[in-house]
Write a protein that binds this ligand. Structure first.
Ligand code: SF4
Length: 411
């Protein structure tokens, strides 16, 4: 497989957690020590056997699962395998310029935007942490290893809700984890929150956001709770013993947080992501721009040269095949035809404040943009869900509230 045109992103999956949260259907959960040791060895072998050795990398993201569940020595082995195998470059490409949101789009702020921040000249190394699994020592070790961005899964500041979700930490422990991360040296910190929790009111959601703001994060990721069928919440929902906020309340929660975070100096730069100037996740941005990335570990996905694949979700199969030439067993592998690849790229771009340059994307994938997407675009524009200005197209505020429906029109 040839080296890609653009520097890569790398995702590393750590599938271990103290226990399974009730809403989670990720490849993640508790595991005995011998599985953890075998997994770290397999992951290291997979990275060192990667055929793209020497390729340029601009972002690394350790997700899970709970990467902070691994001890420092195990994390250091994986980091060393990456450093030995790839060449690391600045997260921002030399010609990367933040592009101002389209007037009339949901992303345009009523206040004058600040001047663009300087580019990020270091590789972005992000690690996801569960507040219940960190100490000041472990966070300091992560920072010294080279992680320069941390994403903390706080989810809510209500202890009752945290218990309902099956989380292992309290709100006070989450707040303390933020303070410890700061003392450990992390200057780029993201907090994850979930809204539309069972029985959650608008006032409770507002309190969660205000508590998060008091901690001074550079970035917030806000997710609407999704009930996955194969989870404890899925079972409770089917049994009719869960009361979830209705669509109107969900829209009120989202609209309120958009305005509140704008007032607090955050830009909405993707449907679920808010950042202070210069603090957008470079790694996630690469997914939304349909740019190449590799994934290492069980259940991890990759996208390269128009092909995408996902590794087996079976730990046993992963351990048996991780180090083989060509990589671990794949559960899915597909090369998207040009129309589908272009539609997916438009769908991802529309989720962001940059919007979609339909003509440029059509040229990139060699499709006739007008023939394939013209009617859909005009229909959504007439319905007030999209706004177009010159080359760019973006979601309006009404479109943002229906983002999944609008974006899926291009698939
Ligand atoms: S900590 Fe995260 S990955 Fe682990 S079970 Fe909970 S939600 Fe899933």
């Amino acid at each position: 497989m040839g080296v890609p045109d653009l520097p890569l992103g790398i995702y590393v999956h750590i599938p271990f957690c103290v226990r399974k949260c009730h809403y989670c259907d990720f490849v993640a959960g508790p595991a005995p020590d011998e599985i953890r040791s075998a997994y770290v060895a397999a992951l290291e072998a997979e990275i060192r056997a990667c055929a793209l050795a020497g390729a340029l990398v601009r972002t690394v993201y350790f997700g899970g699962g709970t990467p902070s569940e691994l001890n420092g020595a195990a994390l250091a082995r994986i980091v060393a395998a990456l450093r030995d195998s790839f060449s690391f470059v600045a997260a921002d490409l030399p010609d990367a310029r933040p592009c101002l949101p389209l007037p009339g789009s949901a992303f345009a702020s009523p206040v004058e935007p600040p001047p663009p921040p300087p580019p990020l000249t270091a590789t972005e190394w992000t690690i996801e942490c569960n507040p219940g699994t960190v100490s000041e020592e472990s966070l300091t070790a992560m920072h010294e290893m080279g992680f320069n961005r941390i994403s903390l899964g706080v989810q809510t500041f209500s202890d009752i809700q945290l218990q309902r979700l099956g989380r292992i930490h309290t709100a006070a422990e989450a707040a303390e984890a933020v303070q410890m991360a700061r003392r450990a040296g992390f200057t780029r910190l993201s907090v994850d929150l979930i809204f539309c929790l069972p029985d959650q009111t608008l006032a409770e959601w507002q309190n969660d956001v205000e508590q998060a703001l008091l901690l001074g994060p550079e970035h917030l990721s806000l997710y609407n709770l999704t009930i996955e069928p194969e989870t404890e919440f899925g079972r409770r929902h089917r049994a009719g013993c869960m009361q979830l906020p209705d669509d109107d309340l969900a829209a009120d929660m989202y609209e309120w947080v958009m305005d509140r975070l704008s007032e607090a100096g955050f830009a909405l730069y993707e449907v679920s992501s808010f950042a202070r100037p210069g603090e957008a996740s470079r790694h996630n941005s690469l997914y939304w721009r349909h740019e190449p990335y590799l994934g290492f570990g069980v259940g991890a996905s990759a996208y390269l040269h128009g092909m995408r694949w996902t590794h087996t979700r079976s730990m046993q199969a992963y351990l048996a095949t991780a180090a083989r030439p060509g990589g671990p067993e794949r559960a899915v592998e597909e090369t998207l035809p040009p129309r589908a690849a272009c539609g997916e790229a438009i769908m991802l771009a529309l989720r962001t404040s940059a919007g979609a340059d339909i003509a440029a994307l059509a040229a990139r994938y060699g499709v006739d943009g007008e023939r394939e997407f013209g009617a859909t675009l005009r229909g959504l524009e007439q319905d007030g869900l999209l706004v177009r200005d010159g080359a760019r197209t973006a979601l309006t505020r009404a479109g943002l509230l229906l983002a999944n429906t609008v974006c899926s029109q291009f698939l």
